[in-house]
Design a protein around this ligand. Structure first.
Ligand SMILES: *Cc1c(COP(=O)(O)O)cnc(C)c1O
Length: 496
């Protein structure tokens, strides 16, 4: 299947392996399918299929320049013993809603679903495209992409990972995971700034032609593990299909019934995968975009104006502390019927003026498919507490944003459509907040010590992913100015 940029004409295409290696289009746009594919399955197939089977099916639909064998082996490697639950994505029912648990991978957050797969796709893409350079995965992270991409790419041949994260902007457990991940091909560096600063600078470096030439001369080329990479987005479609099938299988819904998903949203990757699932014919009624106090998207869905000119908040759901949600560009491209000139213009307005307004027609389409709202830090704590008191089920702060917004939506609209809350992280990844929510007392510790405290409260077995955190010794943190990112990359790679 051919891919094109959201900011370039449809004559300019490349195949999926090349799009995965490139990560970002040279014109600053994101790669999207030239023609959105038609489903290669029937709805009634879904209840019979395992997670791995659905993952292989989705990947072969979007990435058909990979061979069947390549996809099979990629799926087997991505979804095996490193997961602490054999079904990969268990689904829990609490207080009438379903919780789709995406955090059973090695770094305890949903990014593992895509980032256990992306390295598999990347190493095979290098073969398909006959690339003789080494791939440098350059990534900005609000926390979880960093941990999951380092883990996914650790010791993968001919690839290296350089991660930039905001100093003080990631949780203690995320920091420990990044600083203690083993692998000769991995680097994590803090920048003085927030996630948006890191992401903007990474995009700039990607599009710096001079730097690119220097890299190539030294036998390297860049790729990205952010959800801007289409190879990261497509594997996420699978869990929407799988969950639908499982709800039918358990007779919670009838085949063909509509369901809602509430998605804790940051860069808009997770919820966009839900939109793509809907485009493939999955009966989704509403996709609910749940934000924290960085509620640019809530306002955007309400008014049709995207306005990043506002205060940036560091919250207790840090993976969603984002003001520029990059994947929204792919949604708008679709709703503007692939009008790439319009998309380029909107994105330029965002860069230059800090805001843009979409047309009434597109705004109306948005409102038909999406609902949006946000939760404050206090509401996050209260929601964790509410669910815990209901039946002792424990959710993390990001999931709590989704859960709170879903609950509000149900109360306000009276919509009784079955609701799936996308559970994006293990409560043990953010133990300080969860401890406070469950006990009503501020946690006296942080990081792994807070995990111990929380475990004393909750009891039960700790998963292998949590237990390994205790064994690892973190290295020292390196902090730089964002303007120096290029220089630091040069020195890591010893560019001449
Ligand atoms: C990344 C992340 C999100 C936000 O997902 P997007 O795809 O960026 O919208 C939500 N929760 C957690 C725990 C995350 O790591």
């Amino acid at each position: 299947m051919k891919y094109r940029s959201t900011r370039g004409s449809k004559e300019n295409t490349l195949n999926s392996a090349a799009a995965i290696i490139q990560g970002l289009a040279p014109d600053g746009g994101l790669y999207v399918p030239l023609d959105f594919p038609k489903a290669n399955f029937k709805l009634e197939d879904l209840p019979k299929l395992s997670y791995k089977q659905i993952a292989a099916m989705v990947i072969s639909l979007f990435f058909n320049d990979y061979s069947k064998e390549q996809i099979q082996s990629a799926v087997l490697n991505a979804y095996s013993e490193q997961w602490d639950n054999r079904s990969i994505v268990p689904i829990e029912k609490h207080d009438h809603n379903f919780y789709m648990e995406l955090f059973h991978g090695p770094t305890l957050a949903f990014k593992d679903i895509a980032l256990q797969m992306l390295p598999q796709l990347m190493t095979r893409a290098v073969q398909i495209e006959k690339i003789d350079r080494n791939i440098i995965i350059l990534t900005a992270t609000s926390g979880d992409t960093g941990t999951a991409s380092m883990r996914g790419f650790a010791n993968q041949k001919r690839t290296s990972v350089i991660v930039f994260y905001p100093e003080g902007g990631v949780s203690p457990v995320q920091l420990r995971q990044m600083l203690s991940q083993h692998g000769d091909n991995l680097q994590a560096i803090a920048i003085k700034g927030n996630f948006d600063d890191a992401q903007t600078e990474v995009k700039k470096i990607f599009n710096d032609e001079k730097f690119k030439t220097l890299l190539n001369k030294n036998g390297y080329q860049f790729s990205s593990a952010n959800s801007m990479n289409i190879g990261r987005l497509v594997p996420q479609i699978s869990y929407y299909l799988y969950t639908y099938g499982q709800l039918v299988r358990r007779q919670e819904i009838k085949l063909g019934n509509e369901i809602n998903f509430s998605v804790p949203t940051g860069n808009f990757g997770d919820i966009l995968a839900g939109y793509y699932a809907k485009k493939l014919g999955l009966p989704i009624k509403k996709l609910i975009c749940a934000s924290n106090e960085n509620n640019v998207l809530t306002d955007f869905f309400k008014n049709g104006e995207y306005d990043r000119r506002r205060k940036f908040h560091l919250t207790n759901a840090p993976a969603m502390d984002i003001l520029v949600s990059n994947n929204l560009e792919r949604l708008l491209f679709d709703l503007y019927d692939n009008d790439y000139k319009q998309i380029s213009s909107l994105m330029n307005q965002l860069t230059q003026r800090g805001h843009y307004q979409i047309s009434d027609e597109v705004h109306a389409k948005l409102q038909e498919i999406f609902a949006a709202d946000f939760a404050t830090e206090r509401q996050v704590i209260k929601e964790i507490n509410r669910i815990y008191n209901y039946d002792r089920y424990v959710i993390d702060p990001h999931t709590a944003v989704g859960s709170y917004v879903a609950h509000q939506y149900q109360e306000k609209t009276g919509d009784t459509t079955p609701m799936v809350i996308v559970s994006t992280a293990s409560p043990y990844k953010f133990p300080e907040t969860v401890y406070e929510a469950v006990t009503g007392r501020v946690c006296p510790q942080t990081g792994v010590a807070a995990i111990k405290k929380l475990h004393e409260e909750l009891g039960g077995q700790l998963s292998i992913g949590v237990r390994t955190l205790f064994d690892r010794k973190p290295g020292l943190e390196k902090v730089i100015d964002p303007q120096n990112m290029e220089i630091v990359i040069s020195s890591i790679l010893d560019l001449k």
